[in-house]
Design a protein around this ligand. Structure first.
Ligand code: FAD
Ligand code: SIN
Length: 523
């Protein structure tokens, strides 16, 4: 058994930001299921949105965020995001993050849905630079102990003698190297496990994004919200090799234009902002163009951006496309939409508290209310630092007066049989394929119902294997993937309208009378 004042699950921007601040108040055990930098954070390209330009203001950032969110953002959370964001970005700079400069000032990029230049960036590798600096800072802090290759399996709860209600008091962890299951006990737990893109066949997300945090929180009785709002990024490079490579929206921000394969631009037929329309509009338009033409991709024409600008601004994209045999300086890039971001998640207040006492959530796993039905580009790194900071500020002073609890029962899996690797691969692929085919950019009631039926059947099989077999990292993920997929489908079935990222052919309009609220599910 391990013990710390706080257990943090996840070593992306949310988990590390929180851990660094919580460490001022007590001991922190940070567990992460692969190596330290394995996270979506490490792949973030475009940047982190915050108000720095003279012609910008928090009010404008708020307005853009609310417009993208299509009526479902929580205004109090957005207000916190845009007002506290610049201070958190300054802290990242103090920590050593080398954002790109234009002279003395930050070099600010533009992305879809933003009315001003406000994307603070480190070339086109913003996430890698942030992750580098946060990991370096965590290594210097004596109070954060990092456990790599340790995968959270289930949250632990106990009855709080003060309230007689359940409180989260730790997490059951699988040590992937030894196969051992270890309870990590703490006064509070921070869930910062990132998103769930791996639920879909095509995704920009790295392999770690399997929805573990949402699934664990749901099983522990936490409120989960808005899982129907999965953001598809419009421009992933086609064809995908092992992992889809993202072509940052910032490329369109600098002037690249979406075209059909015959060279005609099409986005002006869908939105006045054309190629820089909000992401949901662009992804749906590409989906429609591809379905109507039968083409496997559309083109992103970068010829409007000067060569030196591409070299300076997008060195990583230039290198990666060139390694894949495409010369973006001379020819258009073939692109397709891919699952990118989870707007919903574990419901929190503006201090990161979930509905389960003792359990906090931040980053992509959390639903703070800032994204509503569609996230504004580059608001997620910002959300992670802003709300991780607030959670640490809320929890820290309480740590010394919070009694550690011991769970009465640790429901560790007890199976002893070895799991069949073919079962794991087949069921994982079934989930990813059916989610892509039936629960993608354009949905219908019949397709959602079929998806639910098929997912339930998979879930029954997975539960049976879970009861019989020794847990492995892949089995833990499969259990969470099917749970998360079911939550997405259940939320999509509940929303009888089309809004933001949830587009349903059977309910093609917004229903402000009945549906202007979060979709909340509890176990
Ligand atoms: P992550 O960074 O994904 O970290 C999650 C951590 O949890 C990882 O360490 C993981 O290993 C760990 N973990 C997961 N499950 C478990 C478990 N069961 N046990 C233990 N550990 C676990 N957003 C922007 O704002 N701007 C951008 O420019 C941008 N570009 C992007 C480009 C790409 C290609 C991608 C994929 C995303 C991009 N995003 C961008 C989104 C943004 O990167 C993520 O939303 C954000 O980094 C999430 O941070 P996080 O800390 O919540 O999760
Ligand atoms: C991108 O660079 O296009 C990704 C930005 C984001 O997901 O916010």
């Amino acid at each position: 058994m391990m013990q710390a004042d706080v257990v943090v699950i996840g070593s992306g921007i949310a988990g590390l930001s929180f851990a660094l601040k919580a460490a001022k108040y007590g001991t922190v055990a940070l567990i992460t299921k692969k190596s330290r930098p394995d996270s979506s954070t490490n792949y973030a390209q475009g940047g982190i949105a915050a108000v720095f330009a003279d012609d910008d203001s928090p009010a404008l950032h708020m307005e853009d965020t609310l417009v993208a969110g299509a009526g479902l953002c929580h205004p109090d959370a957005v207000d916190v995001l845009v007002r506290e964001g610049p201070e958190r970005v300054r802290e990242l700079i103090e920590l050593g993050v080398a954002f790109t400069r234009a002279g003395e000032d930050l070099s600010l990029g533009l992305e879809g849905g933003h009315s001003r230049r406000r994307i603070v960036r480190a070339d086109d590798l913003t996430g890698r630079e942030i992750e580098r600096a946060l990991l370096a800072a965590a290594a210097e802090t004596g109070n954060v102990r990092v456990f790599e290759n340790h995968q959270a399996v289930d949250l632990l709860t106990a009855t709080d003698p003060g309230t007689l209600g359940e409180r989260c008091c730790g997490v059951l962890v699988l040590d992937a190297e030894t196969g051992e299951l270890l309870p990590f006990l703490a006064r509070a737990v921070m869930l910062a496990t990132g998103g769930c893109g791996q639920v879909y066949r095509h995704t920009t997300n790295p392999a770690i994004a399997t929805g573990d945090g949402v699934a664990m929180a749901y099983r522990a009785g936490a409120k989960v919200a808005n899982m129907e709002f999965i953001q598809f990024h419009p421009t992933a490079l086609y064809p995908a090799r092992d992992r889809t490579f993202l072509i940052s929206e910032a490329v369109r921000g600098e002037g690249a234009v979406l075209r059909r394969r015959d060279g005609t631009p099409f986005m002006q037929d869908y939105h006045p902002l054309a190629s820089l329309a909000p992401r949901d509009v662009v992804a749906r338009a590409i989906d429609r163009e591809m379905k109507e033409s039968g083409d496997a991709f559309v083109l992103l024409d970068c010829s409007g951006i000067a060569e030196h600008e591409i070299r300076e601004r997008f060195p990583n994209i230039l290198r990666e496309t060139s390694e894949r045999g495409i010369d973006m300086l001379r020819e258009p890039l073939p692109v397709v939409p891919a699952a990118h971001y989870l707007c919903g998640g574990v419901l929190t207040d503006t201090d990161g508290r979930t509905s389960v006492p003792g359990l906090y959530a931040a980053g992509e796993t959390a639903c703070t209310g800032v994204h509503g039905a569609n996230r504004l580009a580059s608001n997620s790194l910002l959300e992670a630092v802003v709300f991780a900071h607030r959670a640490a500020a809320r929890l820290g002073p309480q740590l010394s007066v919070t009694r550690p609890l011991t769970p009465e029962h640790v429901h560790a899996p007890t199976g002893t049989t070895d799991v069949d690797p073919a079962f794991l691969t087949e069921e994982r692929e079934s989930i990813r394929n059916l989610m892509w085919d039936l629960v993608g950019i354009v949905r219908s009631d019949a397709r959602l119902a079929e998806a639910e039926l098929r997912l339930r059947a998979i879930s029954l099989k997975v539960n049976a294997v879970w009861a019989d077999c020794r847990p492995t990292d892949d089995l833990v993920e499969l259990r969470n993937l099917v749970q998360t997929a079911l939550l997405i489908v259940r939320c999509a079935l509940r929303r009888k309208e089309s809004r933001g990222l949830n587009y349903n052919l059977d309910n093609p309009y917004k229903d402000n009378e009945h549906s202007l609220r979060d979709t909340i599910v509890v176990r």
